[in-house]
Design a protein around this ligand. Sequence first.
Ligand SMILES: [Zn+2]
Length: 379
Amino acid sequence: MFSNSVKILSIFGFEVRVDPSWLLIAGLITWSLSQQYFPSVMPDQPPRMYLLMAITAMLLFFVSLLLHELAHSVVARRLGVPVSRITLFLFGGVAELESEPQSAGVELRVAVAGPIMSFCLSFGFWWLAGLADYLQTPAVFSAIFSYLALINLVLAVFNLVPAFPLDGGRILRAYLWHRTGDVLGATETASKSGYVFAYFLMAMGMFSLFSGAFIAGLWQIVLGGFVLLAARSSYQFQLARAVFADKNVSALMNSAPVVVAPEMTLSDFANQIMLKGRVSFVPVVEDGVLLGHMDVKLLSGIDRENWESTRVGDVFAGMDTETIVEPDLPVQDLLALIASTGRRKFLVAADHQLLGVITLADLTKYLDVANVLRDRRKH
Ligand SMILES: [Zn+2]
């Protein structure tokens, strides 16, 4: 998701990365603090002072966000959910869990840890602001601490909105999951709350735009769009997980695929196999023995005028292990393989014996049908 992020440090064994989009936010926060917020709470200071205060506050805000995500991460790891890294990006931070929480209880505890940390930070900064006043230090300190107390409070409250994938939405999902025992149903309901919140944010954004608050409006619209996408993809992820949970490749493969013999010419292959059978990935089989596969890419590597004189046997791809999967491979593992290699089509074979073909399209079609059937059952 954050392929452009840059690693900046590692804490407690968690890799902390920053997405370039965060720089935009850092700039925006610094700008609005130095131009608007600090001049209004502490008038009559030189501009350089406001800039210095703004940068300090922005950096401490950054640390606050990091601590919020660290709280999620530490609790997750304690409860047996590995966390690969923490990434800070446009909308704050995200602790990237390597797997989903195993139970509602685990999910709940991981989800509440972040907002609890933000509440504690808010209280801590509020206390520091009071201390700074009490010790009669320059007003700068109490102004910065007060701002951080406020922003951490906002962060905690915003994250508790019961809209997936915000922490509040995760808490809602954990509650529904606990009550019904159905993680998929719980995710569906929580995602819907995410959609509602997303549309609400976008509507607010439109309203702000029309009333002249351009940056705030744009910000709400983009944030709403992000929540919408995240809610949708996490539902689809859960659906795939539930639907494919106990399936392996042999259950979903096409077990009677069109095959081609190595002696066929490329022009016959193009016309009689690919066009007629509407397939782009074809196993090459001779006397019942699987030799490899032929596909559009291999075909288009040969000039068209040579298609009559060239045979499939001259150009096909041999039995490389990357295109071959075993029939008892779990579908989850196949999905991981697709994600890591970018390949979408596989031969299913055991001992040079072709058993079938499985493609990403087969999986998504199955998922679509399963989703429709799921909807039907509810009505
Ligand atoms: Zn959080």
